[in-house]
Ligand binder design. Structure first.
Ligand code: HEC
Ligand code: HEC
Length: 346
């Protein structure tokens, strides 16, 4: 009788041990699945709590080395030190995609997180998007390649390549706390009051000399970091700058960027120039020589959608090229409103 009891007891203990080890095994399996990213989504959601998308943590150094995070970190590195990886002198011919040594962060400041400098937080949610330049819906990859062919004066990155995927991973990560429609304060540029007159080139030149040339150089060609293809102060014109198809060559766009970002240290809340100064210095910069975009006539299949300050023809109006480059813009805007009912802002 006693022996049988003991046996029953033992069997009970064995069952308990059995279920405990099963439980531990299960924990180990779950741990391994998580450790090797089996549950990973396209980008890492660190937590589900509310974070203000404009002030959340965007320091990629805080990420571990999961497969997704490695792509995010590479995207950040490409963004910050673009010429080292895809610039004209990166040392690998098959990896040369950019035609100049600018970095994305030179225009999308603080790695794309500074409001009113082409803010990229939430960008993934804002795509696909209608684009007037191509007159069709465009993807985020096509938009990145838009900057590759113009701002970077280069050629398209392959859509399936590691670099494009890394850019998209980084931008997805920057969008992780953004509202579903991607709309945030600080997207694009802050509008300014555009003076209703021709750009004053003499004033532009003197503002450039007194407020910009310390960093960008009196010849506008910028200054590189020691022993590096990366600029400390990027060029504003010349052969290593953006080409004439870039958004920054439109006086209105450049003036808006400059007003909230330059001289370095300026913000939307604390600008360092007046609207008039930003307009004149933008006009001065954009009258200097820079690379020319090939086949610019193919842009804007529906010419009416072309921004009034696009500096290159053809146009759907009879205003002179010079007026499209240096204003006054109000008469051109009025024309499009009157003739086509289109409200132009740039
Ligand atoms: C010379 C300045 C400049 C550089 C360098 C530059 N961009 Fe841009 N980027 C712009 C401007 C200007 C716009 C907005 C144009 C407009 O408003 O039409 C823009 C727009 C974008 C957009 C769309 C933003 C939106 O809110 O719709 C993305 C994405 C982008 N750039 C990615 C990049 C990437 C990636 C790089 C580096 C490979 C890069 N850009 C380099 C000036 C630049
Ligand atoms: C204290 C140094 C400094 C001064 C002064 C300064 N900039 Fe910049 N500028 C920079 C830096 C640095 C960048 C790139 C930002 C980055 O990479 O974070 C930049 C970027 C730019 C860009 C976009 C990138 C490019 O290559 O075109 C423009 C346009 C620009 N500056 C115009 C101006 C104008 C106009 C002034 C004078 C009103 C000015 N800057 C004064 C440091 C300066």
């Amino acid at each position: 009788m006693k022996k049988k009891d003991n046996y029953k007891q033992l069997k009970k203990i064995a069952r308990i041990i059995n279920s405990i080890s099963c439980f531990i095994m299960l924990l180990i399996i779950i741990f391994l699945l998580v450790r090797y990213d089996v549950f990973q989504e396209k980008y890492t959601i660190i937590d589900q709590e509310y974070h203000d998308p404009l002030t959340a943590n965007y320091n990629t150094a805080s990420l571990d080395n999961s497969k997704t995070n490695i792509a995010i970190k590479y995207g950040y590195e490409l963004f910050q030190n673009t010429p080292k990886h895809i610039g004209p002198n990166n040392g690998k011919d098959e990896m040369v995609y950019a035609g100049n040594n600018l970095s994305c962060t030179n225009c999308h400041l603080q790695a794309g997180t500074k409001p009113y400098s082409g803010l990229l937080i939430g960008i993934i949610n804002r795509f696909p998007q209608f684009r007037g330049r191509e007159n069709k819906m465009g993807t985020i990859e096509e938009r990145i390649n838009g900057c590759m062919e113009r701002s970077m004066n280069g050629k398209k990155l392959p859509i399936d390549g590691e670099e494009m995927k890394a850019f998209v991973s980084y931008l997805s990560w920057l969008s992780r706390y953004a509202p579903e429609d991607g709309k945030l304060k600080g997207v694009g540029y802050a509008s300014i009051e555009i003076p209703n007159r021709v750009v004053n080139l003499d004033r532009g030149a003197s503002i450039f000399k007194t407020k910009c040339s310390v960093c960008h150089g009196i010849d506008g060609k910028g200054i590189k970091l020691n022993n590096s293809p990366v600029y400390q102060y990027p060029p504003l014109w010349g052969e290593d700058s953006f080409n004439n198809g870039a958004g920054m060559t439109r006086v209105i766009t450049a003036a808006q960027f400059i007003k909230s970002n330059m001289p370095l240290g300026a913000t939307y809340e604390n600008p360092l120039l007046t609207d008039e100064e930003a307009y004149d210095v933008a006009g001065y910069i954009n009258q200097q020589e820079r690379p020319l975009k090939s086949n610019p006539e193919n842009d804007f299949p529906d010419l009416k959608r072309k921004p009034v300050s696009a500096p290159y023809p053809p146009y759907a109006d009879d205003f002179s090229i010079q007026q499209h480059q240096m204003g006054p813009f109000q008469p051109i805007m009025d024309y499009y409103m009157l003739e086509h009912g289109m409200k132009k802002t740039k």
